[in-house]
Design a protein around this ligand. Structure first.
Ligand code: SAM
Length: 238
């Protein structure tokens, strides 16, 4: 009796939609989308005729109550975003939380999201990591960078192409240019590219080759200096 489905959609390559996502999108009464024109194209491509409605970040608080009432009456709703998994650096968590409070079952389908392939492709440790999404653009940016200086886990960031060089330079300045990092651009698309190097190397590369398209940057966590383990020549008392 699930009424709300959170449905990931491709981040570029339409082949990445799952069979289950297509079935759910076909079965629901309503698909809530960030941008109905964008999602409209996706639905047209897959010949899905379900009713489409817009659900922007800025009207989320206002519309949640109405949506809960509709769900309680039995309407089946799917939430999608422009690309990837809703809620991940996209609107939706307020609706998920409200469903929880109202006792409405929510099912989130596994599927495309940009940070997972970027992290895996970075060649940096991924057993533990922190997803930072977009850094604040102006206010709070330096504070956040300072705050993350001591982070030991691999860090994943979303960044816009026109801010990438500044981003790499700011991190190099704050954390040292020798930190390893990786930049993945246009994942799953025709011009997909991953560049790995130090923060300084990448800053230089993208200064010379201004990037286009969508970007995920992955940065190594701070390495802790391992203290030498005692004296290896010390004898144990017999
Ligand atoms: N909900 C999405 C997800 O699951 O990844 C993220 C939405 S966020 C508003 C958009 C950002 O995701 C882009 O600015 C970029 O940083 C990243 N992104 C989305 N698609 C991408 C792709 N194909 N290649 C690289 N980064 C991508």
């Amino acid at each position: 009796e699930t009424s709300l489905y959170i449905v990931p959609t491709p981040i570029g390559n339409l082949e990445d939609i799952t069979a289950r996502a297509l079935r759910i999108l076909n079965e629901v009464d309503t698909i809530l989308a960030e941008d109905t024109r964008n999602t409209g194209k996706l639905l047209k491509h897959f010949d899905i005729k379900s009713n489409l409605q817009s659900h922007h970040a800025f009207n989320e608080h206002k519309t949640v109550e109405g949506l809960i009432q509709r769900l309680q009456k039995g309407e089946k709703i799917a939430l999608v975003s422009d690309a990837g998994t809703p809620v991940i650096s996209d609107p939706g968590y307020i609706l998920v939380r409200a469903c929880g409070e109202a006792g409405i079952k929510v099912e989130t389908l596994p599927g495309p999201t940009a940070f997972v392939p970027a992290l895996v492709n970075s060649g940096l440790p991924a057993d533990r990591f922190t997803f930072e999404g977009f850094l604040p653009h102006k206010k709070g940016r330096q504070t956040k960078i300072k705050e993350l200086e001591e982070e030991q886990r691999t860090m994943v960031f979303y960044e816009s192409p026109h801010r990438l060089v500044k981003f790499l330079e700011q991190l190099a300045e704050a954390w040292g240019g020798e930190r390893r990092a990786s930049v993945s651009r246009e994942l799953s698309k025709f011009h997909e590219e991953t560049m790995r190097g130090t923060l300084s190397e990448l800053a230089q590369y993208y200064t010379e080759n201004p990037p286009k398209g969508e970007i995920v940057a992955v940065v190594e966590g701070k390495k802790i200096e391992k203290k030498p383990k005692g004296n290896k020549y010390k004898y144990k008392d017999q």
